[in-house]
Design a protein around this ligand. Structure first.
Ligand SMILES: [Ca+2]
Ligand SMILES: [Ca+2]
Ligand SMILES: [Ca+2]
Ligand SMILES: [Ca+2]
Length: 393
């Protein structure tokens, strides 16, 4: 039986943070010679030289010298000298305790968040309390710029032969990056997401290498519907159109979930699930608002969003700059979370129930988007660049 593997093309330059551990030189012959005080510096140096030793440093604060001694015999000879009080081992000293947390950069507004004018929407709404499911590689559980917004998670991936539902910590980095674009915290460190007070749920369906089974993705969608998730982001895809996948996306939308998905990075036609009519398909633009050459395009594209050189959170409490429609999709998911907190006007309430249905949110995002490329809807940008500020007005 053929198995369908999802592959995520992450076109990226990754700038990780590395912790350096201090290393001292463990030369066996290093000693600290403590003198009695009866000898002057010159006499002390002579004693050391006489046994073949080499002075390394004067340690006048304790009346001592650090030296290198060539042999045990030279140490013994010195030990019996009346001018020498004591010989101590020059031991290795290491940092106290475990390595500390990665240093956190001071906060900056990523260009993509700025480009969709999310920062201009925050005086109206920050997406507070909206539940966003990141169907991906997991989310870094302890990331200092995400932890306040992470409210839960689930794992469907086999790790070391078992599936542990609580092991949704991100072992790849991709999901953490996507999560940061949706909801990195507005504090003093790192970055800020489009909906910086929305609630993140890690739905881990992709493994350490960024791939996974369709059945696990479907299980993730099912978990989202059972747990009241309001927006799901799927920065993943396949060129295979499988009915079960489509049925799961239809079920999610019918359950009231806004499904946002990356168009794909093939430069060709739009991947699934983005290509399904029930999903919002997002293509990627650069900071000149031009579509990336590798962004998938076609009649299924609904919106465009920033996806080139996107700086966001990454595994291990770090940050990374990545490119892909994977990075564009969460800009739209965040904007959708913002819209969900606003009152719906009759112009958008197609079924007049006073509530936002997924298709109504999509309609507002599309009608308020900034038109790019050819006038009106086009195959590269869909309805245009998502505009968070206009969408919450
Ligand atoms: Ca702006
Ligand atoms: Ca931050
Ligand atoms: Ca409605
Ligand atoms: Ca256009």
């Amino acid at each position: 039986m053929k198995k369908y593997i999802f592959s995520l093309a992450v076109v990226s330059a990754i700038f990780g943070l590395a912790l350096l551990t201090a290393q001292a030189n463990d030369t066996p012959g290093r000693k600290i010679i403590v003198f009695s005080g009866a000898l002057n510096q010159t006499a002390q140096d002579e004693i050391i030289a006489r046994v073949g030793g080499t002075k390394l440093k004067n340690l006048d604060i304790i009346g001592a010298k650090s030296v290198w001694l060539p042999s045990k015999a030279s140490e013994k000879a010195l030990a019996h000298h009346p001018g020498i009080l004591r010989i101590d081992d020059d031991i290795l000293v290491s940092v106290a305790g475990k390595p500390g947390p990665a240093p956190q950069p001071s906060e900056s507004l990523p260009w993509g968040i700025d480009q969709i004018d999310a920062e201009l929407a925050w005086s109206t709404t920050t997406g507070s309390g909206i539940k966003v499911g990141i169907i991906d590689t997991g989310i870094d559980k302890f990331h200092p710029d995400l932890i306040d917004n992470i409210k839960g998670g689930i794992n469907f991936v086999i790790q070391k032969g078992i599936v542990s539902p609580t092991q949704w910590n991100d072992d790849n980095g991709h999901g953490t990056h996507v999560a940061g674009t949706v909801a990195a915290v507005n504090n003093t460190i790192g970055v800020i997401g489009a909906a910086p007070q929305s609630n993140l749920y890690a739905i881990k369906v992709l493994n350490k290498r960024g791939s996974g089974y369709l059945s696990d993705v479907i299980a993730g969608i099912q978990w989202a519907t059972a747990n009241g998730i309001q927006v799901i982001n799927m920065s993943l895809g396949t060129s295979s159109n499988i009915q079960s996948f489509h049925d799961a996306v239809i079920a999610a939308k019918n359950a009231g979930i806004i499904v946002v998905a990356a168009a794909g990075n093939s430069g060709g036609s739009v991947n699934y699930p983005a290509a399904y009519p029930e999903a919002i398909a997002v293509s990627a633009i650069d900071n000149a608002e031009t579509i990336a050459y590798w962004s998938s395009r076609g009649p299924e594209v609904d919106l465009a969003a920033p996806g080139v050189s996107i700086y966001s959170t990454y595994k291990g409490s770090s940050y990374a700059t990545l490119s892909g429609t994977s990075m564009a999709s969460p800009h739209v998911a965040g904007a959708a979370a913002l819209v969900l907190t606003t009152p719906i006007s009759s112009a958008y309430d197609a079924n007049s129930n006073g509530l936002w249905e997924p298709s109504e949110v999509q309609n507002k995002l599309q009608t308020t988007a900034k038109d790019l490329g050819g006038s009106g809807y086009d195959l590269l940008y869909g309805w245009g660049l998502v505009d968070a500020a206009a969408a919450v007005r």
